[in-house]
Design a protein around this ligand. Structure first.
Ligand SMILES: Cc1ncc(COP(=O)(O)O)c(C=O)c1O
Length: 389
């Protein structure tokens, strides 16, 4: 075959391969569309009822100012991983401060909660170990378990009796881990941390708690539900997103120094990724100042959660997340659209983010809402749900 013929053959093969791939992808997208599961990217519009900015810190003037100043002094990118030139004094300072807030000997800042969960669960459990995981745990915990060499067992949501039975019946020659969120992100309910502590005393497992949605919102100092419930002694590691109530991004893993040391050596999302922009560490430091200076923000957002649940006749939960479970995805998408048309930024949450048949509106509240706005939200939701029925 001449070089020209070879080139033509290669080009034709690439075109055919891409065409086959395109057809397959288009079929996948069409299947999602048919099931009302096709996502689209929509910019914020209307009153924020769907972000995780529970305290309103992402737009707080002090946060904007501090980040701008930090960028001026520290520059933009970190230029490398933390183990290379990406490490900075600002990271060290905020890690020490965050560890103090959580009451743990050490903390490590990673680029996202996702990366932190993958790092933790792929580092500590080994092939002889067994992980017990709440059935509603976040995708990042599930993917972390998939990366781990340990087997995992799923227990029914927040069901400590079922967990206790599994702890007794499931064979394990190594270390056992129990993994749970503290505030569940899509249901707005709270893990039974105290009960888990009792089970731990009986069964001796390492407890890993994802405080993604709780940090900043709960506890006397705003450090989360571990603080609020006084369960810190029983927790091996907590993972605390800085991208939600703290209004920035990244996440802290908090725990004993020896565990943090191993993460620095072995957590692949930490080792093999460019460190976040160092200015973010300064912005988080400002968020931690605001947790101290404006505690009324967390009081207000929790009160709003209670008020909205009451006005919609929902089961009580002390949380800024209010799920309105509708069931079918198509009806959920329609209801969200009708609320958006009234100026409320509410989004439909569909499988696989939530279990099949439980598509919902996830209303998340924030401390910047006024009482009048909250009353308006409640009225519009009632009408939207009534119209749908
Ligand atoms: C429970 C939970 N854990 C972890 C994460 C990931 O955190 P991040 O958004 O900081 O990557 C999320 C994100 O939504 C979450 O809800």
């Amino acid at each position: 075959m001449s070089p020209e013929e070879l080139q033509r053959t290669v080009a034709a093969t690439i075109v055919n391969t891409n065409r086959a791939l395109e057809q397959r992808v288009r079929a996948q997208l069409a299947a999602l569309q048919d099931q009302s599961l096709l996502r689209s990217l929509e910019k914020p519009a209307g009153l924020d009822l769907c972000s995780n900015d529970y305290l309103g810190l992402a737009r707080h003037p002090r946060m904007r100012r501090r980040l701008a100043e930090a960028v001026r002094s520290l520059g933009v990118g970190s230029t490398g991983s933390r183990l290379l030139r990406g490490h900075r004094a600002a990271f060290e300072a905020v890690e020490e401060r965050f560890a103090r807030l959580k009451g743990t000997p050490a903390a490590l800042y990673l680029g996202s909660g996702w990366a932190a969960n993958l790092g933790v669960l792929s580092t500590f459990p080994t092939s002889e170990d067994l992980i017990f995981s709440d059935e509603l745990n976040h995708a990042s915990l599930i993917d972390g378990m998939r990366l781990s060499k340990a087997r995992h067992v799923v227990y029914p949501h927040c069901d400590c009796d079922a967990l206790s039975q599994l702890l007794e019946s499931e064979p394990c020659s190594g270390q056992r881990f129990v993994v749970t969120e503290s505030l569940f992100s899509m249901d707005g309910d709270i893990a039974p941390l105290q009960r888990l502590g009792e089970l731990q005393a009986a069964h001796g497992f390492a407890l890993v708690v994802d405080e993604a949605h709780a940090v900043g919102v709960y506890g006397r100092h705003g450090s989360g539900l571990i603080e609020e419930t006084g369960c810190g002694d029983g927790v091996f590691l907590s993972i605390n997103s800085a991208g939600k109530a703290l209004g920035v991004s990244g996440a802290f893993v908090c725990g004993p120094s020896w565990a943090i040391q191993l993460l620095v050596q072995s957590a692949r999302p930490f080792v093999f990724s460019t460190a976040p922009p160092p200015a973010l560490a300064e912005a988080i430091d400002e968020a931690l100042d605001l947790l101290q200076d404006e505690p009324e923000r967390r009081v207000r957002v929790l009160e709003y959660g209670t008020l909205l649940r009451e006005s919609l006749d929902l089961a009580p939960s002390n949380a800024p997340i209010v799920p309105l479970i509708i069931g079918p995805s198509a009806a959920t998408v329609r209801t969200a659209a009708s609320l958006r048309a009234e100026g409320y930024d509410v989004r439909a949450i569909r499988p696989p983010t939530v279990p099949a048949g439980t598509a919902r509106l996830r209303v998340s509240l924030n401390a910047d809402l006024s009482r009048a706005e909250l009353a308006g939200v409640a009225g519009s939701i009632q009408r939207a749900l009534g119209r749908r029925a």
